[in-house]
Ligand binder design. Sequence first.
Ligand SMILES: [Zn+2]
Ligand SMILES: [Zn+2]
Length: 338
Amino acid sequence: MKTAILHSPGDVRFEDVDAPRILAPTDAVIRLSATCVCGSDLWPYRGIQPVPQPTPMGHEYCGVVEDVGRDVKHVRPGQFVIGSFFASDNTCPHCEAGYQTSCQHREFVTGAQAPKLRVPLADGTLVATPDMPTDDLVPSLLAASDVFGTGWFAAEAANVKPGATVVVVGDGAVGLLGVLSARLMGAERIIAMSGHASRQALARDLGATDIVAERGEAGVERVKELTKGVGADSVLECVGTQQSMAQAIGSARPGGYVSYVGVPHGVALAGEQLFFTHVHLHGGPAPVRRFLPRLIDLVWKGEADPGKVFDLQLPLAEVAEGYRAMDERRAIKALLMP
Ligand SMILES: [Zn+2]
Ligand SMILES: [Zn+2]
């Protein structure tokens, strides 16, 4: 089969590899119905994260189970399933506490920009849909695999409550779905920080009530103006840079909550500055597995349409164009059809 391999920054190839098969008795092999390019795939693509050897890419997936190992009890061939980018046993103390991305047996899932994928720890990782989904639901179910789950975690970690005033820093797919998650959690005011007209429009469509186009200090000032000088109850930081983190902490009210779900690149926090802000900080790699049953249910019932973040659809063979389009910010998120 052919799959996406990143050889060096800017060089994604669609190349022949051996088809995945069951290696451990707890594995499953699934045939992907759809996959996509992640914002975090752009870090190695741009050379900000090293690419020491040719690397199979992709960690967002949904599809139909083809085969399971002999110890897999709950996942069955023929089921439509969704999993997270970290495989987890879902039984260890960290999983029990709801932090499956810190599972004692976690394994990073990669190689999902492919027709087929091996998923370790299938019983703890994969969640089946009630039935075979119709094609129109597939993009939203795929979004639950990472970006919707991460946006949801961002909202939850930022303690979004009904009636809250929320700021979302970052207008990528995760930030946009942080807006949607905050709306679904009952936030009253959702201020999306974005300087891009098309992303501003999508943010409004997903539930943003206000847009702030300014960045950095000017962005913080604008949030303060919009909140009568108080700041936001909850701030979702969905980028991972020093500027976005400073913008997030500066936008929170004293005692407010800041979540951070963008993989940090060069972020350093000054202890003294942090001390006097009084903010709560919580974040990390989103434990998407915790939220999957709820998110699948929201999509299944038509109460959430997170698949709206896919604004480019390509055959999997054109995966390199998906990376280019996202790198050049011509696309928010590229959906790939195997
Ligand atoms: Zn991702
Ligand atoms: Zn675990």
